[in-house]
Write a protein that binds this ligand. Structure first.
Ligand SMILES: *[C@@H]1O[C@H](CO)[C@@H](O)[C@H](O)[C@H]1NC(C)=O
Ligand SMILES: *[C@@H]1O[C@H](CO)[C@@H](O)[C@H](O)[C@H]1NC(C)=O
Ligand SMILES: *[C@@H]1O[C@H](CO)[C@@H](O)[C@H](O)[C@H]1NC(C)=O
Length: 191
């Protein structure tokens, strides 16, 4: 019991703290992804006027429930919308999340473009999670617990649960230090 209380207390302290040490690239990337409710998602445009140009959209995101980030970004995507159509043709995407989306950078007097305003830039392929896959329910529950409104998104738009199969993680939290984060570190950040 005492241990549980102590652990809970520790959790409250930890979770109310700001981002990790900026030199811990993997921990910063995980913190930014877990604590961002949405990401900018770049796709390769299928619109005639901007064919093959970069396109960017806002995507609500969760990498687990609030209490448990896994590092895997999950999304709820409709093929009926512009970026959804891009993904149908070519599922290579890059997402970006930054603590400028929260109060953090403003409170630290950091401009969003400051290299010290932490951000993570993740590239890979966006894939649908089939309903019979082992991670489907976890992904869906993660999204719906953090985005209750998804429950009422129109069924006619045929939203599906998707995840980003990560190929590259970049993080920027220090001056002159855009860093590649090895995937083994990203999924198992050093303390
Ligand atoms: C886009 O371009 C293709 C090929 O030129 C054409 O067939 C199609 O109708 C165009 N779509 C729109 C929405 O303009
Ligand atoms: C967090 O989620 C992962 C992935 O589903 C699961 O294996 C793990 O048991 C969960 N941890 C906690 C503390 O809930
Ligand atoms: C899920 O269903 C599809 C289509 O019925 C099937 O091909 C696939 O093997 C199933 N996957 C699992 C993990 O059961």
């Amino acid at each position: 019991m005492l241990i549980f209380v102590a652990l809970s207390f520790l959790f409250v302290i930890t979770s109310s703290q700001g981002p990790p040490d900026p030199s811990n690239d993997a921990a910063v990337a995980r913190y930014v992804i877990h604590n961002s409710d949405w990401a900018s998602m770049a796709t390769i445009s299928t619109l005639n006027a901007t064919l093959n140009y970069p396109f960017v959209s806002v995507k609500s995101m969760a990498d687990g429930p609030s209490s448990n980030g896994t590092g895997v970004p999950y999304f709820y995507i409709t093929p009926r919308e512009v970026s959804g159509q891009d993904i149908q043709r070519d599922n290579r995407v890059t997402i970006m999340a930054t603590l400028a989306q929260s109060d953090y950078c403003a409170q630290q007097s950091l401009d969003p473009q400051s290299p010290r305003c932490p951000r993570a830039i993740i590239s890979g392929r966006l894939v649908e999670i089939p309903q019979n896959a082992s991670d489907y329910q976890f992904a869906r529950d993660s999204l719906f617990s953090r985005h209750p409104g998804m429950d009422s998104w129109p069924a006619a738009l045929r939203f599906y649960v998707a995840k980003l199969n990560i190929e590259q993680v970049l993080v920027w939290a220090q001056v002159g230090r855009m860093r590649n984060v090895p995937l083994s570190d990203y999924f198992n950040p050093p303390a």
